[in-house]
Design a protein around this ligand. Structure first.
Ligand code: ADP
Length: 885
């Protein structure tokens, strides 16, 4: 079977040769001791050091990794996983279905590329996954003599440095991006945490490089904000009527004011001109209208601790540090009556596109990339290769059913849940918003169905992995907003590890807190579940709950020990030792149960996925479908839709709506190929629109990116060099050359020349220049003047150096460096604001046949050049005037 699939795909075929080579090495490796395997790994590192050729090491490195995985994790990479690893190593995207073991696949190219000692980054979408993967896969690398690092949100700079210095580092895209930006704002090389980028594997690559690439990462500073205007604007919207005073363009997320609207607002505010540039009201009004008509609580954002927290539309996750820009965030705060936080200005920013393109070698893996193949190829130069599944897929994707309105649809979903739950088949329902997940929850209450809800609300996110892990157990119903809990495996019959940790936690916490009634009501039923565990298990449990040190642990500390028990190699004390033993024993005990449960759920048909709306992108629908039918498991997916769904309302076209409405006689659903086609094309149109907007963002950012590269390169050179004297001299010389160029064009007055010279030399040099050169009549040799000024500049520079060195040795070197860095940062920050304004301006201006992007490019270049000139002047001006008080 596998052979047939492989032959169909010629791209895959080319990897077969290597897979065979790797397989041939296995027999020999099996005979080696652990130490001999380690020696082999050292030999590979040495061979790389000598030849600098990774390609010649692929088969041996992959074979070693597979053997190390068998010996540490008990998992042998399947042949298709080897192919996945080869695809990743060749700088491409491996599309591997959910449950195919991508985490393990990454170990192959990670180990190989780590042999270079230049560092490998494995990027995941959240801290939990980074931590989990580093703990489990770290065992493989450690066995082969390499070390791993992990970056987590609250780590200090020193910890980050240490972890980035490891051979293989697990990190989230967010942390990586911000570390990169912070590094490039650092004033001291010792604060830089990242090494130069080498090789990167992005897990859930579509989520990171497409969904999250819609908005750039920004580090910002607060600036003065007129808070009153936001509040007043929010009040004004109460007096405005839609379609009379303003129109809402839902498709483009925009609000347009009508003439009547403008007059009405000017009357309310008692102002003459809404658009007055000196006292502008228009942005506040437009944002206030957007906030009320296009941004909804529990859909686009949630309110938490008096703050607006954005909800990612694609993943349903909350985005703690992100804020909408250009005053929109404040407008939403005003609408909700929350404290209005200050506006911010960008100090540094980068898009994920440009961040990841910094890697000389980039690769990614996901279950859903094929539908975005063009984008991956065009923007990232990453081809997508589909990897066959290890076992044939048994997933049954049923046709969509469509209802005439939302009420009928949601009722039908609830009824479907009721029917399925009668036979105990597990159900996972995907919803597009927090609001809808809660609404469905209430509906299921009416049907007296138990369910778990998983959405962007923080109290749920914490339990996310645990809820998802149990979504495959008998009779469970899980409602999840889009793809919450990604990366967590849904095992039919439930996940043993999670179950064991939870059971033990409940038992131990009750003991610890010595709540007698709780002990009776919780522990006895729990212990009943454990009938069949050994006598030793019970004795260890009893000695543990009598251990004073254990009793002093907080609940959180206990949870941490339980979660990390795999990682505790040598227990530090008796209670750690006992906990480790209890977890291990209980897992072994539960494994038997799990096997039985797994069989039962398989017989029930596996996990049943219910989609409640088509998403903007087919990829997101496929992610939901992909949660079932893992590793050859049975599973079913079905989408319930209604004519009132957003996608049909906005993109379905009125003909479709009319036609469909005429087809409905009652509440029963329709299955129509016309509708399916129309939905497919609506999705494709949205995907194209979204792609265009990302491409547009990318093209604009590309221009800024080139400038950012220049600045960051310059900055890094300054940060790393022992002395920046040459740079300072070059600055001075450049200023002189610029001055002479202007002089040549004869458009400087004597006064202007005088000021420029004074700025440069700190003293009025004009008299000396005029004595030697006849500038007035223009009868002088330009080269001679240049040489004269250069010499004067060198002289004043050396005098300043001497003056400062006498006062404090080494001062001048650090002063020069600081001046350069500080001014580069200030000027760059100003440049970013100017570029943002320019970007808006070219969007508005009419250029006839001219492309706004070209306009932007030209003006951006001029702007950048002028910023460079200003930076040079400021540095030299300050340096020449510096003194010790
Ligand atoms: P994915 O990220 O592709 O959805 P995971 O990496 O979460 O998949 O792995 C899914 C499950 O498959 C995990 O429980 C993992 O231990 C298991 N698995 C992965 N590779 C193998 C293998 N070669 N043999 C047995 N089990 C495997």
């Amino acid at each position: 079977m596998l052979k047939n699939i492989l032959q169909k795909n010629s791209t895959i075929n080319q990897y077969n040769l290597l897979v065979n080579e790797i397989n041939l090495l296995e027999t020999n490796l099996k005979t080696l001791t652990d130490n001999e395997i380690k020696t082999k790994s050292i030999q590979l590192q040495n061979r790389y050091k000598k030849d600098q050729n990774l390609d010649s090491l692929i088969s041996e490195a992959f074979a070693l990794t597979r053997e190390a995985s068998i010996r540490t994790l008990g998992l042998r990479h399947f042949d298709v996983q080897l192919i996945g690893g080869l695809v990743l190593n060749s700088g491409k995207i491996a599309e591997m279905k959910t449950g195919e073991g991508k985490t393990l696949v990454a170990t192959l190219p990670a180990y190989l590329n780590a042999l270079t000692k230049k560092g490998v980054h494995i990027v995941t979408v959240n801290d939990y996954l980074a931590n989990r993967d580093q703990i489990s896969m770290g065992q493989v690398y450690r066995f082969l003599g390499l070390n791993t690092g992990l970056i987590q949100e609250n780590m200090s700079g020193i910890e980050r440095q240490k972890n980035y210095d490891s051979d293989i580092t697990y990190v989230t895209n967010n942390e990586l991006g911000f570390d990169y930006l912070r590094d490039n704002m650092s004033l001291n090389i010792s604060n830089v945490v990242l090494r130069p980028f080498n090789y990167c594997i992005v897990d859930e690559v579509d989520s990171v490089l497409i969904d999250e690439a819609q908005t750039p990462l920004i580090i910002s500073n607060a600036v003065e904000t007129s808070i009153d205007k936001y509040i007043i604007a929010a009040e004004v919207t109460d007096y405005l009527e839609v379609n009379v005073h303003f129109k809402v363009d839902e498709k483009n997320r925009n609000v347009i004011l009508t003439k009547e609207g403008a007059i009405q607002i000017e009357q309310i505010l008692k102002i003459n001109d809404l658009y007055n540039p000196n006292d502008p009201w228009i942005p506040y009004i437009i944002n206030a209208l957007k906030a009320t008509t296009l941004f909804f609580r529990d859909v686009h954002y949630i309110v938490q601790n008096n703050q607006i927290i954005i909800v990612d539309e694609f993943t349903g996750r909350i985005m703690i540090d992100r804020r909408w820009s250009d005053g929109l965030h404040q407008a939403v705060e005003a609408k909700e009556g929350l404290p209005i936080r200050q506006n911010t200005e960008t100090a540094a920013s980068i898009t994920y596109q440009n961040l990841f393109l910094l890697y000389p070698k980039l690769s990614g893996m996901t279950g859903t990339a094929k539908t975005s193949e063009v984008e991956f190829d065009k923007i990232y130069n990453l081809p997508v290769i589909e990897i066959p599944t290890a076992k044939p897929s048994l997933r049954n994707d049923l046709d969509d059913v469509i209802y005439k309105d939302d009420i009928s649809k949601w009722n039908a979903i609830a009824k479907e849940c009721k029917t399925l739950s009668l036979k105990n088949q597990p159900i996972l329902i995907g919803t597009t918003t927090v609001e809808k997940s809660e609404m469905l929850g209430e509906l299921l209450n009416e049907y007296k169905l138990n369910y778990q809800i998983l959405n962007a609300k923080p109290e749920n996110v914490r339990r996310e992995a645990e809820i998802v892990a149990q979504a495959g157990s008998q009779g469970s119903i899980t409602i999840a907003t889009n793809m919450a809990g990604r990366g967590t495996d849904i095992i039919l019959g439930g996940n043993t590890k999670f179950k064991v940790r939870k059971t033990l936690y409940n038992i131990l916490v009750s003991y610890k807190n010595k709540n007698k009634s709780k002990i009776n009501s919780t522990i006895f039923p729990l212990l009943k579940q454990l009938v069949g565990v050994s006598q030793k298990f019970i004795s260890v449990l009893i000695s543990l709950v009598n251990d004073n040190l254990f009793l002093e642990l907080s609940d959180t500390e206990l949870l941490k020990i339980l979660n990390d028990s795999d990682q505790i190699r040598i227990p530090k004390n008796a209670y750690q030792c006992s906990i480790k033993y209890l977890v291990k024993e209980l897992i072994n005990f539960e494994k038997k149960n799990q096997k039985i449960e797994n069989k039962i759920v398989k017989n029930l048909g596996g996990l049943y996925i219910i989609g409640t709306e088509r998403n903007d992108s087919r990829r997101i629908d496929n992610q939901l479908r992909g949660r079932c039918g893992r590793q050859g498991d049975p599973g079913t997916s079905k989408f319930f839709l209604s004519l009132e769904d957003r996608i049909l309302r906005l993109f379905g076209g009125s003909n479709i709506q009319k036609f469909m409405k005429s087809q409905f006689l009652d509440d029963s659903p329709l299955e129509s190929s016309l509708l399916t086609k129309s939905l497919d094309s609506a999705q494709k149109r949205i995907e194209e629109l979204d792609y265009d907007s990302r491409k547009n963002l990318f093209e604009y950012d590309d221009i800024l990116n080139k400038q950012r590269s220049v600045i960051y390169y310059e900055r890094r050179k300054i940060l790393e060099s022992a002395s920046v004297k040459q740079k300072i001299l070059a600055y001075g010389e450049q200023i002189i050359t610029e001055l002479l160029n202007t002089l040549k064009k004869k458009n400087l007055t004597i006064n202007e020349i005088s000021t420029r010279l004074e700025n440069l030399f700190g003293t009025n040099l004009l008299i000396n220049v005029l004595n030697k050169f006849d500038i007035d009549t223009n009868n002088f040799d330009l080269t001679e003047l240049k040489i004269y000024l250069f010499q004067e500049f060198w002289l004043s520079y050396e005098t300043k150096v001497l003056e400062l060195e006498i006062r404090k040795v080494g001062l001048i070197r650090s002063l020069e460096r600081s001046l350069l860095l500080v001014y580069i940062d200030i000027i760059w920050k100003e440049h970013l604001q100017k570029m943002a304004l320019l970007r808006d301006a070219v969007g508005w201006r009419s250029y006839g046949q001219r492309n706004p992007l070209f306009e932007y490019k030209d003006e951006a270049y001029e702007l950048f050049k002028s910023r460079g000139i200003i930076a040079r002047h400021l540095v030299i001006y300050d340096l020449i005037r510096s003194c010790i008080l």
